[in-house]
Design a protein around this ligand. Sequence first.
Ligand SMILES: [Zn+2]
Length: 497
Amino acid sequence: MTSTNDHIALRVTPLSKLKRTGPLLQGPMRKLENVQFSSWIEDALPEVLWCTLIITELPREDGLACFRRILRKVTEHKDVLGNRRLEHSRLAELDAASFDLFFADECKTATVPAALAPLLLLEDLPDRPHWLRLLPAPRSDGWDKLADAIAGTFDHQSQAATDCRWFKVTTVAALGNIVLPREMEERRKELNEYPDRGDMSFVRPSIRALEMTFRPGSAGEVRTEWLNDFWQEGWRKTECFLLNPDDGAKIVQHEQLFKQLVELSEALTRHFVETMEHTGVDAKHDSSFGLVFYITHLLFFSLKGIVGQTIPGRIILRTAVECYITLAYLAHHDNPTVWMQYRHYGAGQIKLAFLKRINEDDVPSFISTELLEQMANHDTWLEFQDIKLGAWADRNLRDMAKDAGEKAFYDRYYDLLSGYVHGNWSAALHSVFGQCLNPLHRFHRIPMPPRILIDDAVPDLKKICNLALDKLAQMYPPFKPRLREARPEAAAEEVVK
Ligand SMILES: [Zn+2]
């Protein structure tokens, strides 16, 4: 069976294939020993900036032809370069005559000078004096051209980036510093004749792998100042361009669902009364209905305004997930002791909070001391109550979900949603920041005002509400009402600016 996520699944290592070491699921590339981790953006791209301009400004064939002409000169003048590649920091070490051996002819062609002229905007460029001799003044769109070059090569696996990386590798080969054994003759030909020989789905990754061995951290490679200076200069001299990741978010209308929920709540209240056996403590009855009502109330408030499309919508959903797993666990055991265990734990927590605040002046605002005392004495005088510390069922929610046969449900929701409750970076990244679309700024993050998110937590809450009703109906049958699909015309009406 195929799914809409099949194309994503092809790109990543599935969870089942990740190696686990203690609490760590290791990234597959991390398994490789003696491998230095380096970044195309941080450790390589600025040094071949001129290549990125050539390959993004000229038609690809013309750009590659330019690279090949320069490579021939590298072969002819190995002694001039020594071990240097044609990278900005190393080119700065050459005298004018040596530099011109490689670039003077190119800078007399019809297209290369204009393509490279934006380099002159960079005052910190190490080999700027050489380019000043050979290039015309950049046009007014120079920064845009630099941004286009970065955008086109930012993805380290893109064709344009691979072309630049090929040039870097082939320069080393032209200098005679890559020696391949005789049985790898075909690999050598593929490298020489790139991109016209071999299976590109194999050739391109092997070029990229080879290029990574010529970065800072590898043998003989040093980290140059220009790798940082380039990004600093781009940041200083160009403006941010903020993208709201939820641009075009529409407020989802939930009127129909709201009406359904009101009717459902009324039916549920009637069912509660009809299934009551007495007015005393009935832990199973109170707790099961209590949890279901808690979920319906969470849904109720999520339907108010835009809550389902906000951070609180995720926090509410996380709570509903825990409520459902708790209910499923209780229903699975359906044991008077377990029902009481759940109730006593809650009562003990109220008592604990009450006792902790008796002598405090600075008390939380969300609940009054009077109400706490009243709740603490609800079932019985609090002096008769124990306080249980830790988890109420002596197990975490994951184990409870497994026990209740709800592990798949837990896996679907729990971890990421918990991030919103715990203030994990995942939650801040999703909701607090927009992205700067200026490629010269490396697509950094920019804080944004609180915003409406494109995705809505309400359909999940509705689903969980129905699941909880199923559990309740099994314990207290019959109860048929469920929340139904809203008619499609009710969806997404108002565009948020
Ligand atoms: Zn920016």
